[in-house]
Ligand binder design. Structure first.
Ligand code: SAM
Length: 246
């Protein structure tokens, strides 16, 4: 996969992309990340990227020309056709980012992420350039860079070969509509708190049952809204009903 990120602050991406799973994915050429400085697509001597808002009001707005030009400069490299290329604006007004959207984006060969700043971007970018708008939550950040990092991290870990064990993706929270079961490691007793016996039993069927039940219980306690859409057996639905009543 190739990911192009348009930003006014390229240096912000140095540390997150040079550590852990993202670094490994880049080193193994499972993803190519190209950081494009929007300022490089200006042609005046001050490299102007923003201007006052028409109609007045506080704050500056990112001008359309450098952003259009930055995207146009990437497009000629694209073999798969424009429809196959999501051009995503990070904005608090976008569709709420989720594991489902991360899976959806992980199926593309290429995507472009546009990071806004200040009061945001000129509306013509939203209306005539981008194909999608994504928000990472109902709050306002100072810029789209942190949001882009969140999207990249969530998408890249889903790409084939990126994680050591892809089986771990299957149990992750949200993968099947449930939160993940509780995890324990050694020691089996710490400050008088023991690891559940079943996990030490070596009985894989019992462990799988226990984990499934715990995932359902945890989801019911913390995110009951997820259960309506979760893929549960009839027996599990009955268990949920019983737990709700008790
Ligand atoms: N005035 C804008 C509004 O109220 O919708 C907010 C602008 S914000 C200060 C600057 C930039 O940060 C945005 O253009 C966007 O790229 C990014 N941003 C802020 N909050 C975000 C969020 N929750 N998700 C994604 N991007 C966000």
């Amino acid at each position: 996969m190739q990911i192009d990120i348009l930003t006014l602050f390229p240096q912000m991406f140095e540390s997150p992309f040079s550590t852990g799973i993202l670094k490994r994915a880049i080193d193994h050429k499972l993803v190519r990340i190209n950081i494009c400085d929007i300022r490089d697509c200006t042609h005046d001597k001050h490299h102007t990227v923003d201007d006052y808002a028409y109609g007045g009001g506080a704050g500056m707005v990112l001008k359309p020309e450098p952003i259009f030009e930055a995207v146009e400069s990437i497009k000629p490299d694209i073999e798969e056709g424009v429809n196959m290329l999501p051009i995503i604006l990070l904005t608090p007004q976008g569709r709420p980012f989720s594991q489902e959207i991360a899976y959806e984006l992980s199926r593309y060969m290429h995507m472009i992420l546009i990071c806004g700043r200040y009061e945001g971007v000129d509306e013509r970018v939203r209306g005539h350039l981008v194909t999608d708008e994504v928000s990472i939550g109902d709050y306002v950040l100072s810029g789209g860079e942190l949001a882009a990092m969140v999207v990249v991290d969530a998408v890249v870990r889903l790409l084939p070969g990126v994680l050591g064990s892809e089986a771990s993706l299957l149990d992750d929270s949200y993968a099947t509509g449930l939160l993940e079961y509780p995890q324990y490691t050694r020691p089996d007793e710490y400050k008088g708190w023991s690891v559940p016996q079943v996990l030490l039993s070596g009985n894989h069927a019992q462990i799988a049952n226990w984990r499934r039940e715990q995932a359902i219980l945890r989801t019911l306690e913390r995110r009951p809204d997820l259960l309506d859409k979760a893929n549960l057996s009839l027996e599990e639905r009955r268990l949920v009903d019983r737990l709700k009543q008790s």
